[in-house]
Ligand binder design. Structure first.
Ligand SMILES: O=C(O)CCC(=O)C(=O)O
Ligand SMILES: [Fe+2]
Length: 212
């Protein structure tokens, strides 16, 4: 994944100590790995016309109190690479008491997390270029926990799309410790990307929340 770096155990621990408060955590599952992925992809195609096989992984992100996510586009502005994210589907898996909104500053709109609410937007304009007006951010969770599911859709399917990459051998992870990091720390938010660490999903289940 672009921007993803493997860090060793001690540096990972250090990062956690510094930034833990502001982190969001992501993990992912892939098409065909469970029944949910097929049901979701089918319903999205029916309701929104996005072609199932043009979708990538299913990314789940958890935000604890104090965590948000920087302002960004989901596509790469001025990129020549055709393999870019045309559309985003975001589903809120749980209500958030306060904060945690998805905000689109250029459009002057924001959406409040509500369990089961799904949001779809285009990242590209009619010329097939990444649209800077699509910038958005996740405002900090003030009270509660926020869990979302996201899937990005592309113009067409390509070889690696929706396929789980092999698990890296190193570095070794301790329980509760992410091993694959990370967005750059930026505007008060950082995110662990760890496709092999389900700790926050276990926490989600502990709260008796379910995906469907
Ligand atoms: O959490 C949100 O509301 C938005 C997250 C987002 O934009 C992203 O992960 O790309
Ligand atoms: Fe985004």
């Amino acid at each position: 994944m672009t921007g993803t770096t493997c860090v060793n155990a001690s540096f990972s621990r250090q990062l956690k100590a510094w930034f833990h408060q502001n982190w969001s955590y992501s993990t992912a599952f892939y098409p065909g790995e469970n029944r949910f992925s097929a049901v979701f992809a089918h319903r999205v195609q029916q309701a929104m016309g996005l072609i199932e096989s043009n979708g990538g992984k299913f990314q789940i992100t958890a935000y604890h109190e104090g965590a948000g996510y920087k302002t960004h586009t989901d596509c790469i502005v001025d990129s020549q690479d055709q393999r870019d994210r045309v559309a985003t589907v975001l589903v809120y898996l749980q209500d958030v008491q306060e904060g945690g909104k998805t905000e689109f500053p250029e459009l002057g709109i924001w959406v409040k997390p509500k369990k089961g609410r799904a949001l779809l937007w285009n990242n590209m304009n009619e010329n097939g270029k990444c649209e800077p007006m699509s910038i958005h951010n996740a405002s900090k969770v003030v009270t509660g926990h926020k869990y979302i599911l996201q899937r990005w859709y592309y113009y067409k399917s390509f070889y690696s799309l929706g396929k789980r990459p092999p698990e890296p051998e190193l570095p070794v992870r301790e329980p509760g410790q992410s091993r694959v990091s990370c967005d750059e720390y930026d505007h008060g938010s950082c995110r662990w990307y760890d496709e092999w660490n389900y700790d926050h999903l276990i926490e989600y289940q502990r709260q008796k929340l379910t995906l469907v």
